[in-house]
Design a binder for this molecule. Structure first.
Ligand SMILES: NC(=O)c1ccc[n+]([C@@H]2O[C@H](COP(=O)([O-])OP(=O)(O)OC[C@H]3O[C@@H](n4cnc5c(N)ncnc54)[C@H](O)[C@@H]3O)[C@@H](O)[C@H]2O)c1
Length: 251
């Protein structure tokens, strides 16, 4: 679908779920991949699995809300894998609660991982890509919650709304350097959606909101990232691509 040979890609939240599927798809397309995750054992195993299969891959353990983690990820890309051309801000958490019960800590944590993490990743990628002068593709991960709002996750909706706004702002700011910034809004069967997919009270209700009436596997989401990372999207910036079975359209 895309030839990413000679390019280095950083993917955050890559120990499992969508991030891991994206890292695998990028590696199969020829990119050297830096996998970043706060789950040290998970990211080490995911990077080792790629390296064992013959792909250039490095794992970086750390929190995306921490500037040191982000700098280490960028250094790893530059060190061994090729020119840093792709950066995916995908790491995420959810801490649901109805508004009247939500604690400030719950709010701050979710904002830290998503909004601050995406800001730090985007800033680092922008600095490195500007310096190299060869353009690049930054891909963020938002959600229908950040586009249409949701019930019981005002922290997550706020964080994803911030990511959507940062995507568009960074696209306007970085276009002149050939750096494109887009976002994917997915729906997939991952650990993050495990509760709503398995809970009797929610499972059918959520399926009813998806016109295609099923959850995607993470690797079905990865194609959108390949597209946005590669040359077929050379004239695409500031866009949110919904790979969600039609959920956002239907909301
Ligand atoms: N699955 C869906 O239906 C869905 C829908 C909309 C948006 N998203 C978004 O997709 C992205 C990936 O989620 P997923 O569904 O694969 O979930 P997931 O829980 O399977 O994966 C999230 C990954 O992020 C990592 N992570 C969490 N906090 C981190 C931190 N501070 N620093 C580094 N890594 C951290 C986790 O360890 C995990 O490996 C998230 O941004 C999520 O909000 C998912």
């Amino acid at each position: 679908m895309a030839d990413l040979s000679g390019k280095a890609a950083v993917v955050t939240g890559a120990a499992q779920g969508i991030g891991r599927a994206v890292a695998e798809a990028f590696a199969a397309a020829g990119a050297g991949v830096v996998l970043v995750d706060v789950d040290e054992a998970g990211v080490t195993a995911a990077a080792a699995a790629l390296a064992d299969a013959g792909y250039p891959a490095v794992g970086v353990a750390g929190d995306v809300g921490d500037e040191q983690t982000i700098a280490r990820a960028a250094d790893s890309a530059r060190g061994a894998l090729g020119e840093l051309a792709i950066w995916v801000n995908n790491a995420g958490v959810s801490r649901p609660a109805m508004l009247h019960k939500m604690g400030v800590d719950q709010f701050d944590l979710v904002l830290r991982v998503h909004a601050r993490g995406t800001f730090l990743g985007t800033r680092e990628a922008a600095r490195r890509m500007r310096e190299a002068g060869s353009g690049g593709s930054i891909i963020n991960v938002t959600s229908s919650a950040g586009l249409a709002g949701t019930i019981g996750q005002i922290n997550y909706a706020a964080a994803k709304g911030a990511i959507t706004a940062m995507t568009k702002s960074a696209a306007k700011e970085l276009g002149r350097y050939g750096i494109r910034v887009n976002a994917v809004s997915p729906a997939a069967a991952t650990q993050m959606t495990e509760t709503i997919r398995s809970d009797e009270r929610f499972a059918e209700q959520y399926l009813e909101r998806i016109p295609l009436h099923r959850w995607a596997e993470p690797d079905e989401i990865a194609g959108a990232f390949l597209y946005l990372a590669g040359p077929a999207a050379d004239y695409v910036t500031g866009q949110v691509l919904c790979i969600d079975g039609g959920s956002y359209m239907a909301s």
